[in-house]
Design a protein around this ligand. Structure first.
Ligand code: PLP
Length: 356
């Protein structure tokens, strides 16, 4: 990369930007590195993007996403006033950090979690606190009681895949009545229980979900926040101060059609869960150690072999996985659940690498 210019505000001179997983230009790889779905969007989604709708792109979209929010609200058993749509949940999280944290109201999140949390804290000059996961990578809910700070938890957590129960989360939310608790449910459709039903009971709970993982729409960029209408009002104030047309016309249509095609996705997600259990059992047979993932990925290590050796060995065999060169998880790789055929190819490569 080239150097920064001499014009960049000094506020950002030390900013460490998020590093996304590789998006190779050649499609030869079996891509198991960024938790995308191996399945295409539902046929109804593809039909929704008609030629006529493409022609309408000369017009701005609806900044309120009225139709989409109506459909999604019904699915979530809330009202449209409980929902704000974003250009991916990353954008939602950006507004959340902007809205509910600063130098005085700091933020707490686990030491091992989604990498964007620390980037946003850094970007907005927020005082942040990283709370260590337990030895077994579990989040101890006790650590988050009466914290007196904004709290951000991914549930299931990334990249461990471990899940808290709704009861655990409710205790955290109830014990921090003067702070917002954000639950990032990017992977909730792969085996966890959503906290959305709690948003009517607690005015300090905000649930964030995405279409990227369980609805095969990572490239469309669509995410949403579910919370008390006052919280949604706050977030909209910021959204209208940055980019009111943050969700494109085509993405809105795709998002509405995807909710209407929910049975298709329920099927595909069930398939992904089965494949996760299949691949996990195979890896354990080979001697790998795994967390008990409830997400569309597994986190695995092989005793005596580092994570970067696993990553490099698989890459040399045409399979991309994710390695985090970070304390505590550097021995692991995170493997997205693909089709059964892709997992078989991955397992075959591992056997070859281990000389089995
Ligand atoms: C993938 C992911 C997101 C971001 O998803 P978008 O594509 O921006 O909707 C947010 N949180 C977690 C924990 C994720 O893994």
């Amino acid at each position: 990369m080239t150097e920064l210019s001499r014009f960049l505000s000094s506020r950002f001179s030390g900013l460490k930007a998020y590093v996304p997983g590789e998006q190779p230009k050649d499609t030869a790889y079996i891509k198991l590195n960024t938790n995308e779905s191996p399945y295409p969007p539902a046929p109804q989604v593809i039909e929704a993007i008609s030629r006529g709708e493409i022609e309408k792109l000369r017009l701005y979209g609806d900044p309120e996403c009225t139709e989409l929010r109506k459909t999604l609200a019904e699915y979530c058993s809330v009202t449209p006033e409980h929902l704000m749509m974003g250009n991916g949940s990353d954008e939602i999280l950006s507004f959340v950090f902007m809205a509910y944290c600063d130098k005085n109201t700091g933020v707490s999140y686990p030491d091992i979690s989604y990498g964007f949390y620390s980037v946003y804290a850094d970007l907005y000059g927020i005082s942040s606190e990283e709370i260590p996961l337990k030895e077994n990578f579990a989040i101890d809910p006790e650590d988050y009681r009466n914290r007196g700070r904004t709290i951000v938890l991914a549930n299931p957590n990334a990249p461990t895949g471990l899940c808290l129960t709704v009861e655990d989360i409710e205790k955290i939310v109830a014990s921090n009545p003067d702070n917002v608790v954000i639950i990032d449910e990017a992977y909730i459709d792969f085996g966890g229980q959503s906290c959305i039903p709690l948003v009517r009971k607690y005015d300090n709970l905000l649930v964030v979900q995405t279409y990227s993982k369980s609805r095969s729409l990572a490239g469309a960029r669509l995410g949403y926040a579910v919370g008390n209408p006052a919280l949604i009002h706050d977030l909209n104030r910021l959204r209208f101060s940055v980019n009111p047309y943050n969700v494109s016309r085509l993405t809105m249509l795709a998002g509405k059609a995807a909710i209407e095609a929910q049975p298709y996705y329920d099927n595909k997600n069930a398939e992904i869960i089965l494949t996760r259990e299949y691949a996990s059992a195979k890896l354990k047979e080979l001697g790998f150690l795994l967390t008990d993932s409830r997400a569309n990925f597994i986190l695995a290590k092989y005793p005596g072999m580092g994570g970067s050796a696993l990553y490099e060995g698989l890459k040399a065999r045409g399979i991309l996985v994710r390695h985090f060169n970070k304390p505590r998880i550097s021995d692991f790789v995170r493997i997205t659940i693909g089709t059964k055929e892709q997992m078989d190819a991955m397992i075959l490569s591992l056997e070859e690498m281990l000389g089995i």
